[in-house]
Design a protein around this ligand. Structure first.
Ligand SMILES: [Fe+2]
Ligand SMILES: [Fe+2]
Length: 738
């Protein structure tokens, strides 16, 4: 009793000094040494969890030189410790001096040993920084630890709960508000408030430490009892003014009531103020949306705030709850929040997965809470539709995030430290991690400009640089002159070969990386009117390509028959946006050496198949590459050959041998009775393994009705028998029904 009295005396003296000589150290303190004993050590983060740590402690006197010693070497002598300096401050309404040092430039994933110096009662402990890529993170969520300072039984309970938390060896503890009583009906006089706050920090100092002396950082948000007023209207009072104990005692990334901390790349903790010293609407909702958007690449996004949207005891329609549900829950659902932690109702609670205010097992969010870690418990209302499980029990949550190959797991266990016989249902959430994001990006990465055969007709290919959840994609092209890494396509010129370009996507996120290859066939440029045929001697594959002016229809059909008219292959497809089309098929091994007739036409036309190609699979020395029939020398697009005008024929052919060949190109005009009316021919020297071109002109023939006549094209390589290669009918315009 005597001791307690003299302590109160000292507090009053300190308060007077504070008011009168704000920053001058007390000259009349009888025992300087005891007044500077470091007490109530608490660790928080203001910046990076990997490279910083803020150490805050209380003294009864101002420290002229707030300082700590620290090292990462467990065997270091005290003279080898580094020094770091901070501030010593107080504020209105307390006798406490709050000393704070922020350590920066620390090494990630490292234990540091700390000494807060004092002549007789120095404070020693250790802490650890967050690893760069933690494979396992254990953390605790706890809420409503508020007690009167004189509640000795309650404080014993609080230390028991805190010791149980420390036994889990967590990396940090999230505290979701109501940590002491600043306002509580009649007891908001200064002594009671200070006793309640000191009681909290004394218990934390004593109990929230592991058996091997590691202090556990806390990640707190403010509850309705932590400030002068439980509810502040927007813009009324700055947060630090309404809740001076909270914002002076805890050094946080922001003094506005909302902040974000990242623990490794995959765990995003968003601390929010559910309307106590900051407005849960307006600016804070805008900040929340911006933050959720900014951290979309994080695997786990966990907001936490004192009052929750789905309470187990209070009415769903109370102000805090309604505002959180109205302003924040839609953003949680929109931005894929994984789990939400709240307090305030003083009972253990877990909801069903919820989305759009109803149970949604597929896409819902689970809300856990509701406080009752130490403060007086209340009876939850189990009849509510969203309650999966609830109990009037002292509780906290242990959360374990682990990284596996391709996915990350968050395991959530309710713990009842005062009733260990009670078991609630743990659950886990799954999310893809960096490797999973990379794998998903790889799976989803397609190039929509390629057709089934891997051919590109477009002038550019969209090569995305971002994949699932901000996964990076970089591109390499085997022929950057044909397809640049920005996706621009530059076709080989007419007469050059088609080119197969390998596009390689390297997909990375964090340490995870895979590559995906696309083989893209870029066809040589075609003239404005044309159709071409490519035959592979080795694979027996046939490729037909053309552009739409040739047939003037959206639906292009290909019919392959043998000489007796049996169908070997039939297909129909739409032209693409550029009006080009392509068919490819393979000649069956059993029918190699047979002669096929390829007829290409347009659906819906009166005469569906207008042009024939003749394909001899026992490849001749020369194969035709493309044939353009036109009524003009410059090959203007036409749909039909007019019988009373010149027919121009442009043949592109390929020499399949090493030797030069004198090819003879013959075009013959037949009447409807299959009698030859006219023949034109041209000789062309085609070099080995090269393309050659021939141009022929068939003039109109006087005195003969050329309607229903047709032209057959032959190439003779000097060895094979002369077989027709292409055939095209001439029509009278009036016969067409376009
Ligand atoms: Fe509470
Ligand atoms: Fe509360």
């Amino acid at each position: 009793m005597k001791k307690a009295k003299s302590r109160i005396g000292l507090l009053i003296i300190s308060m007077l000094i504070t008011l009168m000589f704000f920053s001058i150290p007390s000259p009349i303190a009888a025992d300087v040494s005891s007044a500077t004993i470091p007490r109530q050590v608490v660790l928080t983060w203001q910046g990076s969890t990997q490279t910083t740590m803020t150490v805050t402690w209380r003294t009864d006197e101002r420290l002229p030189n707030a300082k700590i010693l620290y090292t990462s070497n467990p065997d270091a002598d005290i003279e080898d410790y580094q020094e770091a300096f901070g501030s010593s401050e107080t504020f209105e309404g307390t006798a406490a001096w709050i000393n704070s040092v922020e350590l920066t430039g620390l090494t990630p994933g490292t234990e540091y040993y700390v000494i807060i110096p004092h002549e007789t009662k120095e404070e020693r402990f250790k802490f650890r920084t967050a690893p760069e890529n933690p494979e396992k993170v254990v953390f605790i969520a706890v809420s409503d630890l508020h007690l009167n300072g004189t509640d000795t039984k309650g404080r014993e309970r609080r230390r028991t709960v805190m010791r149980a938390m420390a036994e889990e060896n967590p990396d940090f503890v999230i505290m979701v508000g109501d940590l002491w009583y600043h306002n509580n009906g009649g007891i908001n006089d200064s002594d009671s408030v200070n006793a309640s706050v000191d009681g909290f920090f004394d218990d934390l100092h004593q109990a929230l430490i592991t058996s091997d002396g590691r202090r556990i950082p806390v990640v707190p948000v403010e509850g309705n009892h932590d400030g002068m007023k439980s509810f502040v209207q927007a813009g009324q009072t700055p947060a630090k003014e309404n809740a001076p104990f909270f914002y002076n005692r805890f050094k946080l990334p922001s003094e506005e009531g909302c902040y974000v901390l990242q623990y490794g790349p995959d765990l995003t903790l968003i601390g929010l103020n559910s309307g106590h010293s900051a407005d849960s609407q307006g600016n804070h909702t805008a900040w929340l949306e911006q933050t959720l958007e900014q951290y979309q690449s994080s695997e786990w996004i966990i907001p936490f705030h004192h009052a929750g949207p789905y309470p187990c005891y209070r009415s769903l329609n109370e102000t805090y709850e309604t505002r959180v549900r109205t302003n924040w829950v839609p953003l949680y659902e929109q931005y894929g929040v994984d789990l939400v932690i709240s307090g305030h109702d003083h009972a253990y609670k877990r909801t069903y997965p919820i989305r759009n205010n109803q149970i949604d097992y597929e896409n819902g969010i689970v809300y856990i809470g509701d406080g009752g870690s130490v403060a007086r418990l209340r009876e939850p209302d189990l009849s509510r539709w969203y309650i999966f499980e609830a109990a009037k029990e002292y509780n906290f949550f242990k959360l374990t995030m682990t990284q596996e190959e391709g996915y990350s797991m968050l395991y959530v266990e309710p713990v009842f430290p005062l009733n260990k016989a009670l078991v609630a249902t743990p659950f886990y959430l799954m999310s893809s991690n960096d490797m999973g994001d990379v794998m998903r990006t790889e799976k989803e990465l397609t190039l929509s400009e390629l057709n089934d055969e891997g051919v590109v007709f477009a002038n550019s290919i969209n090569l995305p640089t971002k994949g699932f959840r901000n996964t990076n994609i970089t591109w390499h092209s085997s022929h950057p002159d044909i397809i640049a890494v920005d996706g621009t396509v530059n076709r080989p010129k007419l007469g050059e070969e088609n080119v197969i370009v390998t596009l390689t996507a390297t997909i990375t996120k964090g340490e995870a990386s895979v590559t995906k290859e696309f083989k893209v066939q870029v066809l040589e440029s075609l003239g404005p009117e044309g159709i071409g045929m490519w035959v592979s001697k080795d694979t027996k594959e046939v490729l037909i390509k053309g552009n739409y002016e040739f047939l003037g229809s959206n639906e292009i059909a290909l019919l392959v028959t043998d000489k007796t008219g049996n169908i070997k292959y039939v297909h129909q497809k739409s032209r693409d946006a550029l009006g080009q089309f392509q068919f490819s098929f393979k000649i069956h091994e059993d029918t190699m050496g047979e002669e096929y007739i390829l007829q290409i036409g347009a659906r819906g036309r009166e005469i569906p198949y207008e042009t024939k190609f003749y394909l001899t699979t026992a490849a001749t020395d020369i194969t035709v590459r493309s044939v353009v029939f036109s009524n003009s020398l410059n090959g203007e697009p036409i749909n039909r050959l007019l019988p009373d005008e010149n027919t121009y024929i442009h043949v592109s052919m390929f020499n399949n041998t090493e030797e030069d060949i004198d090819a003879l190109i013959v075009a013959a005009l037949y009447d409807s009775n299959n009698r030859v009316i006219d023949i034109v021919m041209e000789k062309e020297d085609v070099a080995g393994n090269e393309l050659g071109n021939a141009y022929l002109i068939i003039p109109p023939v006087d005195g003969i009705d050329l309607d229903e006549c047709f032209i057959k094209l032959f190439i003779w390589d000097g060895v094979s028998s002369m077989k027709p290669l292409a055939e095209r009918k001439l029509y009278n315009v009036t016969n067409l029904s376009e």
